[in-house]
Design a protein around this ligand. Structure first.
Ligand SMILES: Nc1ncnc2c1ncn2[C@@H]1O[C@H](COP(=O)(O)OP(=O)(O)OP(=O)(O)O)[C@@H](O)[C@H]1O
Length: 251
């Protein structure tokens, strides 16, 4: 498989007030193959969102380079969709119009509303087509964002704890849906979470980000089929190993 994303020695130092600096990332090296589902796992504040924002082209690294399909990333691009913790929908458009919005803008209007309805069904939001975002819970808004993102058929999806606000049942249904979508498309996903069980349920690779400044401390390849059984001895073994690492090292 060819590299979809390559991060070469990425560092990020934020300037704080006065003369203070915060080194959020240092020397991050990572290659993501096309079609991979890479989960970046780490404690709160270890630099996960910063890393994802750099790959999205929203934040420039202080040093190092990110390439996607061999081209340097220096700005956001519609082919790299970033889903953040905070759902971002246009408040004056209905749910259905929000999902259809990106495709409509790009002139991809064939079966537009039918496709938007199908994606809403896949994220279990049928029946809410005519609602405004303000009339939905945060978790429901996040599902609409996911439908909108996937309707655009991006080849790279960057997900920053997208299911953090969802209840356990909805979250596990969306995990199943993500896996189905992954099997049906060539989509490459980088998914950030601090939830170990979520990482084990989804990742074809799990990379642990930690340290000061944040860098990749360990990596696990999870060659297990979906849907995954948390009782799978291989997954349980990896879980124990990661738990030990978190306890031993200040990840
Ligand atoms: N714009 C910014 N200016 C200054 N410091 C920042 C900025 N963004 C992030 N940081 C700092 O960089 C570090 C990494 O932050 P980041 O949001 O990437 O962590 P995270 O692992 O995503 O955390 P969480 O899981 O809590 O969302 C933190 O110490 C944070 O305070």
């Amino acid at each position: 498989m060819t590299d979809k994303i390559r991060l070469s020695d990425i560092s990020k130092i934020f300037k704080l007030s006065g003369r203070k600096r915060k080194a959020a990332l240092g020397g991050v090296r990572l290659s993501v193959a096309e079609g991979d589902f890479v989960v970046v796992l780490g404690r709160s504040g270890c630099g996960k969102s910063t890393l994802l924002n750099i790959v999205a082209g929203m934040v420039p690294p202080t040093a190092g380079e990110v390439t996607v399909d061999g081209s340097a990333v220096d700005r956001p691009d519609p082919s790299r969709i970033l889903l953040t913790q905070q759902p971002m929908l246009l408040p004056w458009l209905t749910v259905l119009e929000n999902v259809a919005f990106g495709c409509k803008l790009r002139g991809e209007t064939e079966d537009l509303l039918l496709r938007a309805r199908t994606w809403l069904e896949r994220v279990h939001m049928t029946g809410h087509e005519s609602y405004l975002p303000g009339e939905l819970s945060q978790g429901m808004q996040q599902r609409v964002c996911l439908a909108r993102a996937l309707m655009g058929q991006p080849d790279l999806l960057l997900m920053d704890e997208p299911f953090g606000a969802l209840d356990t049942f909805t979250r596990s249904r969306l995990h199943e849906e993500m896996m189905r979508i992954r099997q049906e498309t060539d989509i490459t996903v980088v998914f950030v979470t601090h939830d170990l069980d979520e990482a084990l349920a989804l990742g074809s690779r799990v990379v642990l980000l930690g340290g000061e400044p944040g860098h990749i401390m360990a990596e696990f390849k999870l060659d297990r089929s979906y849907p995954r059984d948390p009782a799978d001895p291989v997954l349980r073994g990896v879980k124990e190993e990661i738990m030990e690492l978190f306890q031993e090292v200040s990840l």
